[in-house]
Design a protein around this ligand. Structure first.
Ligand SMILES: *Cc1c(COP(=O)(O)O)cnc(C)c1O
Length: 501
């Protein structure tokens, strides 16, 4: 009992001083100072940087040293080293050399808001503990409803941690509505038909996984072929869906894409919605990438038809430039979302619906403790307005179009898509005659060499049997000169690879 002493009427345990140190508010400014210094340096560094891929065993060793090292350094020194390691191993989203993926350069104040989000938690599922994110959901939903012309509908929106989860959630809703017994009695209740979904051939892997997760069977998925623009081909889709129906398949959900991951293609949404509704199926759109075009007066028309979807999602952490993960999942009829998770838990849900329970999202979303990342989005909307998102999106799409025209004008490049968003695929075509296989191999080697040179970071994608180089322009500081410079580096890389082939 010696350890305990009473101080200010509180019982404290002196062996717990580590706790009091760790939570001491006076330390916050020391931490912030470190973080601020390093982040300032990171954000104002304009050199071109690709990625430096440290082999996992080396990074593990470095990180282990930092883990075990804490006896010899002060907490601040230790923190400083950890932040340095983080920054040096992170993707350089603020560099104009970064063009590989859909991860965005993040608007700083939104990221800084994460500290508030973390230190003053508002877990977002239930109003009682997370009132503000539940309110922010409604504000953001209303903004988008206006763009969609949904103001008069009973629309709904829940936010999720990622489009993978949003796509799954929407398909669960669709399934439970079509087969009301399946939630309680399981898949075996469907004896006469085979419940399944139809997806485009370019669907994101999170979409094709859904069949496995829900026990529909991966093999039962209906894959809809694409046209030249890599959109779902409506004509072929019609006959394939009819044939599948005749073979006992019951298509309860058709999933289109607005901004496919490979090339950013946007499916014919109105036509797909009509097709789905003729089949008495739900129409969901994976608009993770390009759904955000709704905020732009110039780009909105590119996602026309989204308003006919029963549900669609968009990733605010991609093309609304806020920290991951923040996805918006919209329902044209918000009351349908209640069918998604018809299980109630007495410790969080109420027996009787009241203003609060009607308002909150908890019974409609997958997560329990949920990060209130909607606040990162709301805070930007409140500070800068719609025009911020619009300006950045318009620019990214414009510069991608310029990149298209430029690469198209070069003899030794073949551009593979007319960009509908900020994604552009192309390949290098040397003067030498190469087989298709050699050509594909060359693209991979170019990607590797460009990456290893450390100046640019680009990706590759397989388009049917063609291996393509792929850029995604996510940084508004990228200008046409960067694309020109990149094309020169690709040309040089190709020449040196061909010499040694
Ligand atoms: C990124 C992406 C996803 C996956 O979204 P996460 O937020 O990473 O879970 C799904 N579909 C498309 C089209 C995407 O671009």
């Amino acid at each position: 009992m010696n350890d305990y002493h009473i101080q200010n009427n509180k019982i404290t345990d002196s062996s717990n001083s580590i706790l009091y140190d760790a939570f001491n508010p006076n330390n916050i400014s020391f931490f912030f100072e470190q973080v601020q210094k390093k982040l300032y340096k990171l954000l104002q560094d304009k050199t071109k940087k690709g990625i430096q891929c440290v082999p996992p065993h080396e990074l593990l060793k470095t990180a282990l040293t930092l883990t075990e090292n804490n006896q010899n350094h002060s907490i601040i020194e230790q923190l400083s080293q950890i932040i340095d390691l983080h920054i040096s191993t992170g993707i350089k989203v603020n560099s104009s050399g970064y063009m590989a993926r859909q991860f965005s350069s993040v608007i700083p104040v939104s990221a800084i808001y994460d500290v508030v989000n973390s230190l003053c938690p508002q877990p977002a599922s239930f109003y009682e503990c997370g009132p503000l994110p539940n309110v922010a959901d409604k504000i953001i939903a209303k903004k988008f409803a206006e763009f969609l012309g949904w103001e008069d509908h009973n629309y709904g929106m829940i936010s999720t941690s990622g489009a993978s989860l949003a796509n799954l959630t929407a398909v669960i809703t669709a399934r439970n509505i079509k087969y009301p017994n399946i939630w309680s009695k399981g898949n075996s209740t469907q004896k006469t038909v085979i419940p399944t979904i139809a997806i485009g051939a370019d669907a994101h892997f999170s979409v094709s996984r859904i069949a496995g997760i829900l026990g529909l069977g991966q093999q039962n998925i209906i894959i809809l072929p694409l046209n030249k623009k890599r959109q779902i081909c409506i004509k072929q889709a019609k006959s394939i869906l009819n044939e599948a129906q005749q073979n006992g398949k019951d298509i309860f959900c058709i999933i289109g894409a607005a901004g496919s991951t490979s090339v950013g293609a946007i499916d014919p949404l109105k036509e797909l919605a009509d097709l789905a509704h003729q089949l008495n199926a739900w129409f969901h759109v994976d608009a993770a990438h390009s759904g955000s075009f709704l905020v732009s007066d110039i780009l909105r028309n590119r996602v026309k038809g989204l308003q006919y979807a029963d549900s669609f999602c968009l990733d605010a952490h991609k093309t609304l430039f806020i920290p991951a993960a923040c996805t918006l999942l919209f329902y044209k009829d918000g009351s349908k979302a209640k069918s998604t998770f018809p299980v109630h838990a007495s410790y969080v849900t109420e027996e009787f619906e009241d203003e609060v329970s009607k308002f909150e999202s908890g019974t409609k979303n997958f997560e329990c403790t949920k990060r209130p990342s909607i606040l990162n989005l709301w805070v930007i909307w409140a500070l800068y307005g719609r025009e911020f998102f619009e300006a950045k999106l318009n620019y990214l799409v414009k510069i991608t179009a310029q990149a298209y025209h430029y690469l198209n004008s070069l003899n030794n490049f073949e551009v593979l898509n007319v960009p509908e968003s900020n994604i552009l695929c192309f390949r290098y075509l040397p003067k030498e005659k190469l087989t298709e296989e050699q050509l594909n191999y060359l693209q991979i080697k170019i990607r590797d060499k460009i990456r290893d040179d450390g100046r640019y970071f680009i990706s590759k994608v397989d388009l049917d049997h063609i291996t393509a180089l792929r850029i995604v322009v996510m940084n508004h500081e990228i200008v046409l000169d960067d694309i020109i410079d990149l094309s020169k580096h690709i040309h040089q890389a190709a020449q040196s690879i061909l010499k040694n082939l």
